[in-house]
Write a new protein. Structure first.
Length: 617
């Protein structure tokens, strides 16, 4: 069905796979020629079968539509890591190296294990880049499903940037700050858009969270809960909205409201982060997108919670409908077509952001295509060279003897300056080593600032304040013998030390027993690594606040960990390298349940393991 002038777009979500075919008209407009979609049950219990279900849905859509050729597809935001990094003023020649350095700092995996790309965002004279990365094997698995359906890969985008491109094309004159909420199955992408400015973050609440809440509340299977949600579900509103409903529908509506409230409470926190860390403005209008926004009264619910005007996102102004397209279906499902429209815009060169994650097979094919002209030229030269080889062989032998004699004389002349150059190289190596220490120190300073910033955001509460923030080395939360594991790196009395004395403890750990040779002295001790942060503080006793607030805020920090946005981990290695999930009491060994007599606040202490240990020198 598709030809060289057509663009096949495929949006691969967790619970829904959709396909569209676009063509460019003579006037340059984007025309929708075909559209179809397949749904998948996002049952958490069937996670192992998710890849097979997605593959089957893609194959079904391809067969039903009859498309062939190269496809541009997008993957869900929950599958990728998206980071926004501000850049210092610099020349464009240095941009590539600087972004690669920033990617190494922000992507939580080695760069040789991921596929990543970036796009420069410019606003008000400042430069910022959005870095997008995905594990290479995960992308190859998705790409294999696409190729198995008979489609070749042209480009791979991600849902948030594709949706942003569609929104900008559908609202070209809009300059006020807006929030676009894409309610997906497992997560919801929050897109903040101000003219050319763009920021996105995922919230771990989506349509499947609502279905899971219904399943638990009414003790029914996930599939049955999904059916009740889609057929009978609606979002309860405030002010006695459920009084006119029967008891069963009212109970279902309240259950859905409670689940959706988790997303509504996450939005103000993300907005505050966007305003404080990225100098953005609070949105003045909200748009809904995605299948999770299909519930009746979802629009009114967000208007009630956010106190802002809310509308469904309609990407159709950016395209035209071709003959044979079901206009009723397209109009009904328009708010779920944003990613497809964004991919279609890529095909005609009208997209604002152009992220391209290259799977292994696609990268190899592109490299081979680039090498083809050189290989053909090399073959031609080889044939011509063989014909001339015999002619020049005799002359080459004579010249070779002359050149050998000349080279020997030059070697003797260059031996003395070569020694001087070698000496200079040693000096250079020493200077590089010193400079590396300064670079490491700067990076460490930024690391501790980021760690403290994350901790402050997670524990932002007027009833909590910190009094001590101390790195801990050799921390072992699973140790059973006293004393308590872990040694503070900074001395408790550091503020009272005389001038010139170090504030750092001489922290060391014994070498493993297996490394001590028999019949010899004990093996030397090795420098420990900072692998945890000890935080001490107080919680304020007031109405509605108890010591549970410490554990509630620990859960907020755990949400960041689950999103892949954290420097911390609540999972450590146990016996035989088994992963052990730490209990709240292990993370918070000291939380005084009530203030002492005559006091207004009670102390607490947290020991939080770091995901990546830091060298302690």
């Amino acid at each position: 069905m598709a030809d060289n002038q057509s663009t096949i777009a495929l949006n691969i979500g967790t619970q829904r796979v959709s396909l569209a075919v676009f063509e460019s008209s003579k006037s340059g407009a984007l025309v929708l020629k075909a559209y179809d979609a397949e749904s998948i049950l996002a049952d958490p219990a069937s996670e192992a079968a998710r890849a097979a279900q997605i593959s089957g849905a893609i194959t079904t859509l391809v067969k039903r539509s009859g498309v062939k050729g190269k496809v541009r597809y997008s993957i869900s935001g929950q599958s990728v890591f998206i980071r926004f990094v501000k850049l210092p003023p610099l020349d464009d020649d240095d941009l590539e190296q600087l972004v690669a350095f920033e990617a190494q700092q922000h992507v939580p995996f080695p760069l040789d294990e991921v596929v990543w790309d970036y796009e420069v965002l410019e606003s008000g004279g400042e430069k910022e880049v959005v870095i997008v990365a995905i594990k290479g094997d995960a992308l190859d698995e998705v790409n294999e499903n696409v190729n198995d359906a008979g489609l070749a890969t042209a480009e791979v985008d991600v849902a948030p940037t594709a949706l942003y491109n569609a929104f900008r094309a559908a609202n070209p004159g809009l300059s006020e700050p807006v929030l676009l909420i894409d309610v997906g199955a497992k997560t919801s992408d929050l897109l903040y858009i101000e003219g050319d400015r763009f920021f996105t973050r995922s919230a771990a609440v989506g349509g499947s969270a609502v279905t899971t809440a219904i399943s638990k509340e009414f003790d029914i299977p996930f599939a049955e809960a999904e059916m009740h949600k889609t057929q009978n579900g609606l979002v309860a509103l405030g002010g006695g909205h459920t009084e006119q409903l029967d008891d069963a529908t009212a109970a279902l509506a309240m259950c859905i409201r409670n689940a959706m409230t988790r997303l509504a409470t996450e939005i103000p926190r993300t907005t505050n982060y966007y305003r404080s860390q990225h100098s953005g403005n609070a949105p003045k209008h909200v748009y809904l997108a995605g299948g999770g926004a299909n519930l009746p009264y979802a629009k009114e619910f967000f208007e009630e919670k956010l106190r802002l005007p809310v509308d469904y996102f309609n990407p159709l102004p950016a395209i035209s409908l071709g003959k044979g397209v079901d206009s009723d279906r397209v109009s009904k499902e328009a708010h779920m077509m944003g990613e497809l429209v964004g991919l279609g815009l890529r095909g005609v060169g009208k997209s604002k952001l152009n992220i391209d994650l290259v799977p292994t097979k696609v990268g190899e094919a592109r490299a081979a295509e680039k090498r083809k002209p050189f290989l053909m030229g090399a073959a031609a030269l080889l044939v011509g060279g063989a014909a001339l080889a015999g002619l020049f062989r005799m002359q080459a032998a004579t010249k070779a003897e002359e050149q050998a004699a000349s080279a020997a004389a030059q070697f003797e002349e260059l031996r003395t300056p070569a020694k001087a150059i070698q000496s200079s190289e040693k000096v250079e190596s020493a200077l590089v080593a010193v400079a590396s220490q300064y670079v490491d120190a700067e990076q460490s300073a930024l690391l501790w600032s980021d760690i403290y910033k994350e901790l402050s955001n997670a524990f932002a509460s007027e009833a909590i304040w910190f009094t001590d923030f101390s790195p801990v080395a050799g921390y072992d939360p699973l140790a059973t013998k006293p004393p308590q594991p872990g040694d503070p790196v900074v001395k408790d009395e550091f503020s009272a030390l005389p001038y010139g004395q170090s504030a750092l403890n001489a922290v060391t750990v014994a070498a493993p027993t297996s490394s001590r040779p028999r019949g010899r002295a004990e093996a030397p001790k090795a420098a420990a690594k900072v692998n945890a942060i000890r935080v001490r503080g107080f919680w304020l006793k007031k109405q509605g606040v108890s010591s549970n607030i410490v554990f509630d805020l620990l859960k907020r920090l755990e949400e960041n960990i689950n999103d892949g946005n954290s420097h911390f981990t609540f999972t450590v290695k146990g016996e035989k390298n088994a992963q052990v999930k730490l209990e709240p009491k292990q993370l918070a060994p000291t939380v005084q349940s009530d203030p002492a007599e005559g006091e207004f606040a009670a102390p607490f202490e947290l020991v939080l393991p770091l995901a990546q240990p830091v060298d302690y020198r």
